[in-house]
Write a protein that binds this ligand. Structure first.
Ligand code: GLC
Length: 745
């Protein structure tokens, strides 16, 4: 991964030509200190570094002086409009050049109205929904003066021990690309000059989710081929949708931390992809080059970070403290400094900040958006995944049954999930609220905590057993608390905490039918009575409307339609686990799952307990074998794959028809299946629908041994299926090109 000076020269020329004269005229008037100030982002002292580790902080007076001196380009995660309004007033009216500040925030899944965590929303398999919730979040956040969000997080995550999978779209590249682009469109809208739009940030660049051992911040060592095939495409999708900024990742790749990686930040991002937006350091990732052991001191870290291509330093102050001297010594060329500043000024101009710096800052804090609650409820409904429903226990009747709602998540708390820094004043709807509101006679509901999240509750088990015995059906609300998911929340064991497992076993022992309502920010290894419950709903962290959405599905006001964006393994020891894995030289024959000398564990079946893409509705959907328009697809041809699905059930349902392919023989190993398309279809009872997907050779490509996009003719399998392990296979041959010799295997 060598740094190519040529790409940089081309870049300087391009961006100089692109910036409008007013930016260059302003740049020409700026001192080096003012230029560096445009590359220095801080948390406002009054708010502190919420959501992040504490760092040394100046006094409020010192921060005001920095504003007057033009040493700050903007604040992030500032609470309240007033703080931002006062800071903007100082920057615009009391600094020498009056360059407006840019206000950023971690608007990850909502703002005042909290939507399902991104991983939950990915379970909707509806990028259009994600675009709508991102748009609503932008409307709320921009009304609070924010014009830059540090989202979407587009990291592919295949190790459930890693806590940050909750912020992304799961294990699959195809699904991840769709959601990355959709969320960028939602945040940025159609024109960044509109007051209710905000810059999106594709983060964390790159391969943060591939941390060894699922241990957050840990080293990443993967091939360039794997990087380009799995971890970079969602970034390309986000930037292809117009994403304006990129955030570096804390990790190294093959020993080179992203903040100091010119191959990543310049050769690939700017040279190959032509990205001309802004790169911001993740929090103090520039300063962390010292801890990584690749920078000798803060000055060295600032030099490495800036020269690699990180435009803005967040919170560490390293650029403010060291870039002027680095420029004076010639270690940092003034042209490179100007180039970075020009990019920052240009996005501020695109946002209209020079024309109207106080826009969005003139209102009072608005802490509630009733008009977005319906969207929050819809998004939450559609994020719920029903893994099982033995004997059609669900939906439950709203009358005539005594219900016991048991578990540490039965009542409030842990509804919103991580990265909810700006929740509104209206409380979220708890499970108890939602279930009680749905029942014809709320007195038929008994609510018992039964256990704490991590520890037993004195008398909890006996109270839970008594409640279960007095009920006709038990709703068991178990899983992870918010503090078990998100940044710096890696877990060695993705099972349920022992205290909750004990609660589940005690309740199950009563023999009453149990519906598990799982609270989770990752795939969990479900065991014993939780795994064996009659019905299992994955309800993630669903946000402001949790209780109503879960009740809507429980009582059949809507059919569950979510599908897993991550595989649920059988055992904690199976992770990292994902469905699109290579076959190995000793795949386990489906007909002989116990055969020896095969790629399987001694102590567990090797497949997932619930596969990627799995989810049930209240219908009974059957798939006809896929119909192919060709069995021999010409090199330049288009294959149509038609799936006919029928709901033989008695209730409405929404099916997510999935298209998977397998390249049987190629010059590198190919996954046993890869998602290449999906479509949601609503099926009333008895209805059939035919869904047609199209494939060309461009959908069948991969990254070749040479690291280049590659397509090879040959035999392919194709499935239309309800999950990554279902469906009926059909096959076709991609014929070689007739025009030119195709690459030799
Ligand atoms: C955090 C996270 C990043 C977030 C940033 C600012 O460390 O890694 O996702 O946007 O800092 O809060």
């Amino acid at each position: 991964m060598r740094f190519k000076p040529l790409a940089t020269l081309a870049l300087v020329a391009a961006s100089a030509a692109a910036a409008p004269p007013s930016i260059d005229a302003l740049l020409a008037r700026m001192t080096v200190e003012e230029k560096v100030g445009q590359l220095s982002l801080f948390a406002p002292v009054s708010t502190g570094t919420v959501g992040n580790p504490a760092t040394r902080q100046p006094s409020a007076a010192e921060q005001r002086d920095d504003l007057r001196a033009g040493r700050i380009t903007g604040f992030f995660n500032g609470q309240g409009v007033a703080i931002k309004r006062e800071a903007q007033r100082i920057a615009v009216n009391e600094s020498r050049l009056g360059i407006p500040l840019l206000f950023a925030a971690d608007v990850i899944h909502g703002f005042r109205t909290v939507f399902p965590v991104p991983l939950a929303e990915a379970a909707s398999w509806d990028p259009g929904l994600a675009e709508r919730t991102a748009r609503a979040a932008a409307v709320e956040a921009t009304a609070d003066g924010f014009r830059w969000t540090f989202a979407p997080m587009v990291d592919i995550a295949r190790d459930a021990r890693w806590g940050r999978g909750v912020e992304g779209s799961g294990e699959d590249v195809f699904l991840g690309r769709q959601f990355a682009a959709a969320r960028v469109r939602g945040f940025q809208g159609t024109d960044l000059a509109h007051a209710d739009t905000m810059l999106a940030t594709a983060k964390h660049f790159a391969a943060y989710g591939a941390a060894e051992g699922g241990l957050d911040y840990n080293t990443v060592d993967l091939s360039e081929r794997q990087l380009r095939e799995v971890y970079l495409p969602p970034f390309q999708a986000a930037l292809g949708a117009g994403g304006a900024t990129v955030m570096t990742s804390f990790n190294d790749i093959a020993g080179v931390p992203s903040n100091a990686n010119p191959w990543l930040l310049d050769t690939v991002l700017r040279g190959e992809w032509g990205f001309d937006g802004v790169v911001v350091s993740d929090y103090t990732a520039d300063e962390e080059l010292i801890a990584h052991g690749v920078a000798a001191d803060a000055r060295d870290a600032a030099r490495l970070s800036f020269l690699a291509g990180t435009d803005i330093s967040m919170q560490s102050g390293l650029y403010r403290d060291h870039l002027p001297a680095l420029v004076a010594s010639g270690e940092v060329p003034m042209a490179r400094l100007d180039d970075a500043v020009r990019r920052v000024l240009r996005i501020k101009q695109r946002l209209g900040l020079f024309d109207a710096p106080m826009r969005g800052l003139d209102g009072a804090d608005r802490t509630d958006w009733p008009e977005h609650r319906a969207l929050a409820r819809e998004a939450a409904q559609r994020s719920i995944v029903m893994l099982k429903n033995d004997g059609a226990l669900l939906p439950l009747p709203k009358a005539g049954q005594r219900i016991a709602l048991i578990g540490p998540f039965a009542r409030g708390g842990d509804l919103l999930g991580p990265w909810t820094l700006f929740p509104g004043t209206r409380p979220p709807v708890t499970l108890e609220d939602g279930v009680r509101a749905a029942l014809a006679d709320p007195s038929r509901l008994t609510v018992v905590r039964g256990s704490n999240i991590d520890t037993p509750l004195r008398g909890g088990l006996s109270a839970a057993v008594a409640a279960a015995r007095g009920a006709d059906v038990v709703l068991l609300a178990v899983g992870e608390g918010e503090a078990m998911s998100g940044e710096a929340r890696s877990r060695t064991d993705i099972s349920l905490p022992a205290a909750q497992q004990a609660l589940a076993e005690a309740v199950a022992a009563t023999g009453k039918p149990v519906v598990v309502l799982l609270r989770n920010g990752r795939a969990l290894a479900l065991k014993g009575a939780v795994r064996d419950a009659r019905a299992l709903l994955v309800t993630w962290f669903l946000g402001s409307e949790t209780g109503h959405a879960v009740a809507d599905v429980l009582f059949g006001d809507t059919s569950p339609s979510g599908r897993l964006p991550v595989s649920f393994p059988r055992e904690p020891g199976q992770v990292p686990y994902h469905y699109a894995h290579p076959p190995t030289g000793r795949p386990v024959p489906a007909s002989q799952p116990d055969s020896f000398y095969k790629a399987r564990y001694l102590d567990s079946p090797h497949e997932a307990l619930y596969p990627f893409g799995h989810g049930l509705g209240y219908g009974d959907v059957h798939y006809d074998p896929p119909l192919l328009s060709h069995t021999r697809l010409p090199w330049d041809g288009t294959l149509r794959v038609t799936a006919r699905v029928t709901n033989r059930g008695t209730r409405d349902t929404t099916e997510v028809v999935q298209l998977y392919v397998r390249d049987r023989v190629a010059s590198v190993t190919r996954p046993v299946r890869e998602l290449k398309g999906f479509r949601q279809v609503h099926l009333p009872p008895g209805a059939s629908e035919s869904i047609t997907f199209t494939l060309t050779r461009h959908d069948l490509g991969f990254v070749g041994r040479d690291g280049q996009p590659t397509v090879e003719p040959g035999d392919f399998d194709v499935w239309t299926a309800p999950s990554a392990s279902g469906g009926t296979v059909a096959s076709f041959l991609l014929e070689p090109s007739t025009q030119h010799h195709v690459g030799q295997r």
